[in-house]
Design a protein around this ligand. Structure first.
Ligand SMILES: Nc1nc2c(ncn2[C@@H]2O[C@H](COP(=O)(O)OP(=O)(O)OP(=O)(O)O)[C@@H](O)[C@H]2O)c(=O)[nH]1
Length: 340
C-alpha cells in the first residue's frame, strides 16, 4: 500500500516536470511517418516494438492518432529489452494485453538467440496463417516503433538467425544499431526466413510530437528514446529519484557496503537484501560512480522518516538527495541554486 501511494506521488511529481516541447519531432520524422503510412496497407503483419521498461510511454502513438495502425488487426506488440525490465512487470503487461484482446504481445531480448528464435517462430506461424498455409508464398512484416527501442537490433538478429545459409556465403546485410536515437533514416528490407519467404522492413523511429502522459517525457529520456538534452536534466533527475524512492529496489543496495566499502549501511530492513547479494557480483554496471550513487540513495531513503506517499514529503527527500549527492561528488551547489 505504502509503495502504491509513493508511486502515485512520484507520478504527480512527474506531472510537474516541465519543458516537453516536441522538439524531437523534426522534418525527417514527419517524412518517415508518411513513408510508413503508405506501406501499412501493403504488408501482412505489423510488429510494433516497445521498450519493455516503459511499455505505455513507448507505444507507437504517431500513426494511431491518424487512424488505425494495423491492417485488419494484423499487429503484434514486441516488448524489447526485456533483459533490462522487471520480469514480473513484463509478465503483467503481456497478460494485460492478452486479456484486453487488443493484439498479441511477446517479450524479447534482441541480444538473446533463443528469444529471437521464439519471435521468428511466432512471425512464421502468423504469416502461414495469413497465407493459408502456402509454403512458397512471400510474407512482409513492417517493424515500427519510437526511436531507440531496438528495431534495428531485432531485424539484424532475425536476419542472422533466420538466414544461417546466407551467413555462410557472406550475404548478410546489417542495419545500423546505435545507442543514440534516430540513427535509422530509411526503410530497408531484410529476408528473415524461407518457405515461406519472409521479409522484414526496418523503419526509422517515429515519436509523437505530444506525449500521452505527463511522465512520458522523463521516462523516454531515461530509457534513451529522446535525447536528455531536449528536456531539463534537473527535471529528469528529479523524476528518476522520485521513482527510485517509490520502489523497494533500493533495499538491495545495502549490500554494497558489505562488499568492501567502509561507509555505514543505514537502518533499513536487511532480509531481502541478503538474498540478492550474489546478483552484484555479476552486475556490470557497478563502476564506482553507480556504486557511490546507490550508497547515497540507500542511506538517504532508509534514514528518511517522512511519508513518501505525500508529494511534498517525497519532494523533501528528493531535495535532500540532491544535496547528499552533491556532497558525495564534491559538486558545487551554485548550479542547483540557480535552478530554483
Ligand atoms: N539490453 C538490451 N539492449 C538492446 C536490446 N535491443 C537493442 N538494444 C540496444 O538499444 C540501442 C538501440 O537499438 P537500435 O536497434 O539502434 O534501436 P532502433 O529502434 O532501431 O533506433 P532508431 O534508429 O532510433 O529508430 C542499441 O544500443 C542496442 O544495442 C535488448 O534487447 N536489450
Amino acid at each position: 500500500m505504502a509503495a502504491a501511494a509513493a508511486e502515485t506521488a512520484s507520478r504527480r511529481l512527474g506531472a510537474a516536470v516541465r519543458g516537453l516541447s516536441g522538439a524531437w519531432y523534426g522534418r525527417h520524422m514527419a517524412a518517415a511517418e508518411r513513408a510508413i503510412r503508405t506501406r501499412l496497407p501493403l504488408v501482412d503483419l505489423v510488429l510494433e516494438v516497445r521498450d519493455a521498461r516503459v511499455p505505455a510511454s513507448s507505444a507507437f502513438e504517431s500513426l494511431r492518432r491518424r487512424g488505425p495502425l494495423e491492417p485488419d488487426g494484423r499487429r503484434f506488440v514486441v516488448l524489447n529489452k526485456a533483459d533490462l525490465a522487471d520480469p514480473s512487470e513484463t509478465e503483467k503487461w503481456t497478460a494485460y494485453m492478452k486479456k484486453q484482446r487488443t493484439c498479441p504481445c511477446i517479450a524479447v531480448n534482441s541480444h538473446n538467440r533463443e528469444s529471437i528464435k521464439e519471435l521468428l517462430n511466432v512471425v512464421r506461424s502468423r504469416i502461414r496463417e495469413i497465407k493459408h498455409g502456402e509454403r512458397d508464398c512471400t510474407g512482409t512484416v513492417l517493424l515500427v516503433g519510437i526511436p531507440n527501442v531496438g528495431k534495428s537490433a531485432i531485424v539484424n538478429a532475425m536476419h542472422q538467425i533466420g538466414r544461417i545459409g546466407a551467413a555462410d556465403k557472406g550475404k548478410l546485410k546489417h542495419a545500423i544499431v546505435s545507442s543514440h536515437p534516430g540513427e535509422t533514416r530509411d526503410i530497408s528490407g531484410y529476408k528473415v526466413a524461407s518457405h515461406p519467404n519472409i521479409y522484414v522492413l526496418d523503419t526509422p523511429g517515429v515519436l509523437s510530437p505530444r506525449f500521452a502522459n505527463d511522465d512520458s517525457g522523463p521516462r523516454l529520456a531515461l530509457t534513451g528514446a529522446i535525447k536528455g538534452s531536449l528536456l531539463d536534466e534537473y527535471d529528469i533527475a528529479q523524476f528518476l529519484l522520485a521513482v527510485v524512492n517509490s520502489r523497494e529496489g533500493y533495499r538491495s543496495w545495502e549490500n554494497l557496503n558489505q562488499a568492501g566499502d567502509t561507509s555505514s549501511s543505514g537502518n533499513a530492513n536487511t532480509s531481502r537484501s541478503h538474498s540478492k547479494k550474489r546478483q552484484y557480483v555479476s552486475d556490470h554496471s557497478q563502476d564506482f560512480i553507480v556504486k557511490a550513487v546507490r550508497q547515497v540513495l540507500f542511506e538517504t531513503i532508509s534514514s528518511f522518516k517522512g511519508d513518501l506517499g505525500k508529494e511534498d514529503e517525497l519532494r523533501r527527500l528528493v531535495d535532500r538527495q540532491f544535496i547528499s549527492l552533491q556532497e558525495a561528488f564534491k559538486v558545487s551547489t551554485e548550479s542547483s541554486t540557480q535552478q530554483s
